[in-house]
Design a protein around this ligand. Sequence first.
Ligand SMILES: [Mn+2]
Length: 239
Amino acid sequence: MQQIIGIAANQIIQHVDVFHGNHVTYTPQGFVTAVQQANGLPLVLPIGSKEAAKAYIEKIDKLLLAGGQDISPDLFGEEPHPKLEETNRNRDLFELALIEEALKQQKPIFAVCRGMQLLNVALGGTLYQDLSLYANWKVKHVQQPTQPQFATHDVNIEKDSALYQLFGAKARVNSYHHQAIHTLADTLKVSATSTDGLIESIESIDPVQRILGVQWHPELRFEAERNEFKLFDYFVNEL
Ligand SMILES: [Mn+2]
């Protein structure tokens, strides 16, 4: 059976220089193409109500959470730090509702970058609002202006993880995050870390909750580096 993969969409709501200033619902093409190449059926889910989130989860087989804005810090009990960047509260609340329903209905979740951070917050964890708040910060985690098809930093992978089955003990990844997981939610485990100790991948401790999160962007690199496609193949066909 072809798996229906719901991809939580983002919005452009204020940039006058794209789409003539019109508001747009979108997801990066890489997610769509990668899911199609893995023989999944991508379905883009526009931001909506809690009720819509429930209805969408009933219709899909698996949920994909994409990257984007910072997470609203009040969701993990903090005031906004001066270095916090753009947030979209509607997107946060809709995706939290998607996560809650996906866990309730036992639908697997693949979470990328912001998606992984939000999943951690949804399960009770916290974030560094900016990497300057992380004492051991030594690696460049915002690789701009280097293009995303190039991997720029190493991650060390835990042996007891699904990620290890895909990549082995080490991988080299791209990096576009100025936020990171601070305290990890109780029900999650770390499956990869950067050499300066930040959490770069998560999985669920409970095998009933099928979760894979990565801090990097495989959707921007899987065409240049086929190893990264393994993440989508695994998500669509195995997770
Ligand atoms: Mn990184």
